[in-house]
Design a protein around this ligand. Structure first.
Ligand code: ATP
Ligand code: MG
Length: 352
């Protein structure tokens, strides 16, 4: 496997080191070779060069078999218009057309979530549309010192492909879950026309998936239900901005941002990363939770069809929490530190 790695900013490099350690040990056990090359990108790259990614960066990424990305961005690295200069999301999502951002939220046994739910009650996937919605706005609308506006763009085709992805994912999950497949459409279609189109396209698609239950929630009610009754969810699909916000909320119920990895998937390319940012406040202190990056590796292996290797990585993470070898403090950092946590997970790979 030829793997492109973007270490990123802040805690990114230390998380990526942890993930590569886990991947190297897995490749030894499972007997597949991994050939890693690093592609610089993010805020530090922006400061050096004026661009968040090198000129040929996208071409090199497209040639890799897989892409693993650390978090990027630093709050003080800004463009003249005030937006962050080191963010790569726009470049990668558009450049690789990865339209579905898949964010599983699972409370693992042994992890203390802030809500009093049992682990089996928090097990769902947020599918966030990744290429349009409110975040496509950049440059649209107006911005004066007195007033500013942005534009929420929903297209039929953009919605159709992400909704179909969500239905297929629900079908796939139903093979291993006891419950019937269900997809929940989250929007604000009672207020905004853009979201009304999103819901209409969802309803059209639902007619093709009569084996999958459907459910509708306005985003405010969804925020409530994700905390109060997470057990009702299987797959949720929503616009970009709503998915960004509600998946952070979901992560909090699963023990924190550092527990959640994600996949950005398109027809041709995919890349895998934690759902959180670069957390510069704890960078370089051995305090970051590497699990988000490590479960991103499991998602990557699964996407490549390497199901045994993926299960081995995921199983090692789960057993480290189940037997109490890894615990989190109130801020979501592993009590034993980033490196000791990584070692605990690597040690458990053999047993999986
Ligand atoms: P972005 O805008 O890039 O999403 P953000 O402003 O949302 O960034 P994050 O970097 O995601 O901020 O961090 C939010 C909080 O979560 C910070 O307090 C950070 O220290 C904590 N945090 C994030 N990731 C981890 C992790 N892997 N381990 C421990 N704490 C983390
Ligand atoms: Mg964030």
């Amino acid at each position: 496997m030829r793997l492109a790695v973007i270490p990123g900013d802040g805690i990114g490099p230390e998380l990526v080191d942890s993930a590569l350690e886990v991947l190297a040990a897995t490749s030894t056990i499972e007997g597949f070779p991994v050939d890693v090359f690093h592609e610089p990108g993010g805020a530090e790259h922006f400061v050096r060069t004026g661009e968040p990614l090198g000129a040929d960066g996208l071409d090199r990424l497209r040639e890799a078999d897989a892409i693993l990305k650390g978090p990027v961005g630093l709050p003080h690295v800004r463009r003249p218009d005030g937006t962050e200069g080191g963010l790569l999301g726009g470049v990668l999502r558009r450049g690789l057309d990865t339209f579905a951002n898949v964010r599983p939220v699972r409370l693992l046994p042994g992890v203390q979530g802030p809500t009093r739910h049992a682990p089996e009650e928090i097990d769902y996937v947020v599918v966030r549309e990744n290429t349009e919605g409110l975040y496509l706005s950049r440059g649209a609308g107006v911005a004066t010192p007195a007033a500013a506006s942005d534009q929420l763009m929903i297209t039929r085709e953009g919605t159709r492909r992400v909704v179909a992805f969500a239905f297929e994912l629900a079908r796939q999950r139903a093979r291993t879950r006891r419950e019937p497949a269900r997809v929940t459409c989250v929007d604000k279609s009672n207020v905004l026309r853009s979201y009304a189109l999103f819901r209409a396209v969802f309803e059209e698609a639902a007619a093709d998936y009569t084996d999958v239950e459907t459910d509708f929630l306005y985003a405010d009610a969804a925020a409530h239900e994700l905390v109060a009754r997470p057990g009702r969810f299987d797959v949720l699909v929503m616009e970009n901005f709503l998915g960004d916000v509600l998946s952070d909320l979901g992560a909090a119920t699963a023990g924190g941002l550092g527990m959640c990895g994600s996949a950005n998937i398109g027809a041709e390319y995919a890349y895998f990363e934690p759902i959180h940012g670069s957390a510069p406040g704890i960078a370089g202190q051995d305090r970051a939770n590497p699990v988000s990056q490590i479960v991103s590796v499991a998602m990557m292996l699964s996407h490549l069809g390497m199901d045994d290797a993926a299960a081995r990585v995921q199983g090692a993470v789960e057993s480290a929490f189940r037997d109490g070898a890894v615990t989190l403090d109130d801020a979501g950092s592993p009590a034993a530190g980033t490196r000791a946590t990584t070692r605990a997970i690597v040690q458990r790979l053999d047993a999986e």
